[in-house]
Design a protein around this ligand. Structure first.
Ligand SMILES: Cc1cc2nc3c(=O)[nH]c(=O)nc-3n(C[C@H](O)[C@H](O)[C@H](O)COP(=O)(O)O)c2cc1C
Length: 185
């Protein structure tokens, strides 16, 4: 059987984003039978505007939508901004959610976040989950993974904390089962 194609999306556009670094680590932690591609496409999108959409779906939006549509599952890593989902990620969801063929329909999705402080910031994850579920995305319920105290977990842009790597590996193993379960239904 061909590998399950997972598309990684990062909610931070920062070059040195730790969420992006953790997504890259996920590429090393995947169970057999999964392959991860990470998109940087959300940084290329214009701000959502119905007038722009009415004039024709912009190229970068078409590209991102095609990437999402082609994936067997989405793996979203994102920081929390002002108690919720960062604007670039919300903007991408708004673009991708428009007809025709809204691309989150029946898409298996896993979420995790890398957080600067010591507290697990559940708000971003719950807001993101709420958006995706109402689009009929199938968001993996558990485990909920947070990499807190982020600065201490990375060395030169690489996730080196073994406990965090173990939690991410568990998330990815659960995600593989979730994708396969969704394919059967
Ligand atoms: C505009 C803005 C708002 C933020 N709001 C929150 C917040 O509400 N809660 C929180 O825990 N961290 C907040 N932060 C801190 C980010 O979550 C933190 O910088 C994170 O590590 C950035 O992720 P990155 O390394 O992937 O860019 C905020 C940062 C910015 C720039």
């Amino acid at each position: 059987m061909a590998d399950l194609k997972v598309l990684g999306i990062c909610g931070s556009l920062r070059k040195a984003s730790l969420n992006m670094a953790a997504l890259r680590a996920c590429g090393e932690l995947l169970p057999p039978g999964m392959a991860l591609t990470i998109t940087t496409g959300i940084g290329e999108l214009p701000l959502f505007n119905q007038d722009v959409l009415d004039a024709g779906m912009p190229e970068p939006v078409q590209r991102l939508r095609a990437q999402i549509a082609a994936a067997d599952g989405l793996l979203i890593a994102s920081p929390e901004y002002n108690f919720s989902v960062p604007a670039p990620l919300k903007n991408a969801i708004d673009w991708a959610s428009r007809a025709p063929n809204q691309v989150f329909q029946d898409k298996p999705i896993a979420i995790f976040s890398v957080v600067a402080g010591s507290l697990k910031r559940t708000r971003m994850q719950y807001d993101l989950r709420k958006m995706l579920v109402q689009l009929w995305g199938h968001v993996l319920p558990r485990p909920e993974v947070f990499v807190a105290n982020a600065a201490s977990k990375f060395t030169e842009g690489r996730l080196t904390d073994e406990t965090s790597r173990k939690f991410l590996a568990e998330l990815l193993a659960g995600f593989k089962d979730w994708i396969l379960r969704m394919k059967k239904t």
